[in-house]
Design a protein around this ligand. Structure first.
Ligand SMILES: NC(=O)c1ccc[n+]([C@@H]2O[C@H](COP(=O)([O-])OP(=O)(O)OC[C@H]3O[C@@H](n4cnc5c(N)ncnc54)[C@H](OP(=O)(O)O)[C@@H]3O)[C@@H](O)[C@H]2O)c1
Length: 256
């Protein structure tokens, strides 16, 4: 789909990757709807991009309904909001589990399905971008809720994508690895596994653009060595867990 002149809803717009995505889409002359909870950050970004602000909490059902309603008036939706990694088992609570499921999985599924239904009924073109993670390919210690939701989102994306093949509605899953300079990995001050390189927020924004313009089903934003490690861990999680243990990954993530 063409970005210039398209109306694009972006969730998680107040975050590190959201800002980079919003600035790139605005540079390409999209008409933006920016949504998240922190109104002041959204308003600042709206001043810089000419976007419209929708303040919403995606763990509140009525707010997800409102965002979904706004999504129906758009040509493209970029469902990027997410809550990060910690899933230390001793500290997990039912409320915390619900929060991660709601924001990372339930909200994007509800909005994407309603958007697809609306476009198919109207017979008009549309594009869905879901921001997943390499954590949807490879499990790591102390991130069980993040892994659960990102694996779920990846399964959803590939299945719904098959259902939409041959229709005017496209779907792309953007799967970042470790992103430097801004966003949850940067903010959490996490150690990298030895020998692994990062990508930038601009690389994620470029992947979103590629998905919208070319319709790729899945775009990884990670260097080849990390993609290879993730693919190996996805195919052989037991063996990968032993390698991660030897490399001290569990100790590093547990003390964040
Ligand atoms: N950064 C990385 O290295 C990395 C790697 C792989 C995947 N990702 C994925 O990239 C996406 C963006 O992450 P990021 O790095 O930009 O993280 P971030 O800087 O922490 O931003 C997270 C965004 O999600 C929004 N959000 C969180 N809880 C929300 C809620 N209850 N309701 C509405 N919005 C909510 C936040 O907005 P408010 O707080 O204002 O509500 C913020 O805009 C996420 O899906 C993440 O899983 C990031």
């Amino acid at each position: 789909m063409q970005i210039r002149g398209s109306r694009i809803l972006l969730t998680g717009a107040s975050g590190g990757l959201g800002e980079a995505i919003a600035l790139e889409l605005a540079r390409r002359r999209a008409d933006l709807v920016l949504t998240a909870r922190r109104a002041e950050l959204l308003e600042d970004l709206a001043r810089r991009t000419g976007g419209e602000v929708v303040v919403a909490d995606l763990s509140v059902a009525a707010d997800v309904d409102r965002v979904t309603e706004d999504a129906l008036g758009c040509d493209v939706i970029v469902l990027n909001a997410g809550i990060g990694g910690d899933g230390i088992v001793d500290e997990a609570t039912p409320e915390g589990i619900d929060q991660v499921l709601d924001v990372n999985l339930r909200a994007p599924i509800q909005t994407a399905v309603a958007f697809a239904q609306h476009k198919l009924a109207e017979r008009s073109p549309g594009h869905i971008v879901l921001v997943g993670s390499l954590s949807g390919v490879a499990p790591t210690p102390n991130t069980f809720m993040y892994n659960a939701t990102k694996f779920g989102l990846r399964g959803f994306a590939h299945s719904l994508g098959q259902d939409l093949d041959g229709t005017p509605v496209g779907l792309t899953l953007v799967a970042p690895g470790f992103i430097r300079d801004a966003g949850m990995f940067h903010d959490n001050d996490m150690d990298l596994p030895p020998g692994v390189r990062t990508k930038s927020p601009q690389d994620v924004a470029d992947a979103v653009v590629r998905g919208i313009e070319h319709g790729d089903r899945e775009v990884y934003v990670a260097p080849p060595e990390l993609r290879a490690m993730a693919s190996f861990a996805g195919l052989a999680p037991g063996l990968a867990a032993r390698v991660q243990k030897l490399a001290g990954v569990s100790e590093r993530t547990a003390r964040r």
